[in-house]
Design a binder for this molecule. Structure first.
Ligand SMILES: *Cc1c(COP(=O)(O)O)cnc(C)c1O
Ligand SMILES: [Zn+2]
Length: 446
């Protein structure tokens, strides 16, 4: 496409479109291939979900990762993996040194989940620039938006996507628009989004309503959508898997466990594992375990029913990041679970919050949705579905500070008339030494 040519879908002028000429997207439903030099979130032929085509010609030597890139890109935990990402030109890339997150081995968490010492690691995606894994997708999504000459970038979000978009759009010098549900999104996430300068619109309704409304807007307006229906975002999220396997010296665990909300990550993880396998970087594929909150578990029900029938639900859970009743990436996520021989389960809010308290108390910390991974692992071990000598990596998707209200509610409030087991309540004392000593004696010896 010529540099000044208008794109057919009414999107923005593709200023760097020529440089994106080699990038293609393929519809997973009908197989139609479209050029990747324009904003596209659905197949132009049938409306199906799209994948970015990543050609893998033969085995890849892991030593190539990070090699031959400009410093900032070589340091990024996303762009280091350029041979397995769409070839967006350097000058369009908006990177904030994302990724490079720690992979912790923790034997207390292994014991809590019912597995042997050494069997559980957690990949802490809360260590990204805006404190969730969303940054890995956003660096690719916003870079693609910049490459195609988008003027405004937008998303609907339960909080973390909006915080990430706001930050990356600010870094790119582009205006951003965020639609959030008017109820129950965390104050921390909303604060980030406002602080980074996005135009925030609170929509009367839940996430699913907000996304449907935004999709109507992007059909009519010149706005680039970065929700996870955008195939470029998922390309960045693949690097959670790449980096984890690299940290494990390319020795896969038996299970890779993650929370499932809109199922973009599940979609990305399956694609990542397929590509690693094709590139002969791994010689076996870990099983994906997708864990949903019981009050927002349409994908778990779909799996339970042998993929017979998918039905959206009205979502309700304390884990707001996975409070999604009609996941956008269901079809792609099913493909991921099937490809890996994986499984899908769900856990109640109490299990999520107890798992979170364990993760927090070992000094790691995460937000509620993240803890669904460990809660699901524990449940599957208890059920005998996962053997006690299996190995697992649980993905912690967001930082403990993302939802401080959830921490306060767990530790400070009674639950059915009683404190939670392990509730850690601050003491209140008068400002004199005897009062302090009395309170401490009770607390430490009592
Ligand atoms: C977005 C998000 C999820 C859910 O990921 P999906 O790709 O929508 O399934 C889980 N945890 C956190 C912290 C998130 O921000
Ligand atoms: Zn199609």
């Amino acid at each position: 496409m010529g540099a000044a040519e208008r794109v057919a879908v009414g999107g923005p002028t593709a200023i760097l479109g020529g440089a994106l000429a080699g990038i293609e997207v393929r519809c997973m439903a009908c197989g139609a291939v479209s050029p990747g030099d324009r904003p596209l979130t659905a197949c132009p032929v049938c409306g199906g979900l799209l994948d970015v085509v990543v050609p893998i010609a033969g085995p890849i030597d892991p030593a190539v990762f990070g090699r031959g890139l400009p410093g900032p890109l070589a340091r990024s935990g996303v762009w280091r993996f350029r041979p397995l990402l769409p070839a967006i030109p350097d000058e369009a890339i908006v990177s904030r040194w994302e990724g490079n997150t720690p992979l912790y081995r923790d034997d207390r968490l292994a014991a809590w989940a019912g597995l042997d010492a050494g069997a559980v690691r957690v990949k802490h995606e809360g260590h990204n620039p805006t404190a969730s894994f969303k940054d890995r997708g956003m660096t690719v999504g916003v870079s693609h938006a910049k490459a195609v000459g988008a003027r405004i970038v937008a998303c609907a979000s339960t909080g973390n996507t909006s915080a990430s978009l706001a930050s990356y759009a600010a870094a790119a010098g582009m205006p951003s628009l965020v639609l959030v549900p008017d109820a129950k999104i965390s104050g921390g996430k909303l604060s980030q989004t406002i602080a980074y300068g996005a135009k925030v619109v609170q929509v009367a309704g839940d996430f699913d309503v907000a996304l449907a409304l935004l999709r109507q807007l992007t059909a009519a307006w010149d706005v680039y959508l970065v929700n996870s229906v955008n195939p470029f975002r998922l390309e960045g999220q693949k690097t959670i898997v790449f980096e984890t396997l690299e940290q494990l010296a390319w020795q896969p665990p038996d299970y890779l466990v993650l929370p499932g909300g809109n199922l973009g990550n599940t979609a990305a993880f399956g694609k990542a594992l397929r590509e690693l396998f094709e590139a002969e970087l791994i010689d076996r594929v870990p099983k994906l375990v997708v864990v949903q909150a019981a009050g927002a578990a349409p994908f778990a029900a779909y799996w339970d029913g042998g993929w017979e029938r998918f039905a959206a639900v009205q979502a309700e859970t304390v884990a707001t990041a996975i409070k999604i009743g009609n996941p956008a990436s269901t079809a792609r996520a099913r493909r991921s679970v099937e490809f890996t021989g994986g499984l899908v389960t769900s856990v109640g809010d109490d299990e999520i919050m107890d798992a979170k308290a364990e993760i927090d108390r070992v000094g790691i910390g995460c937000e509620p949705a993240s803890a669904a991974s460990l809660a699901g692992l524990r449940r599957l071990v208890a059920a005998g579905t996962i053997r006690r000598d299996a190995t697992a990596v649980c993905v912690l998707t967001g930082h403990v500070l993302k939802d401080s209200d959830a921490v306060a509610a767990y530790h400070l409030d009674d639950h059915a008339g009683l404190p939670r087991p392990g509730a850690n309540r601050p003491l209140r004392v008068a400002a004199d030494l005897p009062s302090l000593e009395r309170a401490l004696a009770d607390a430490l010896h009592g």
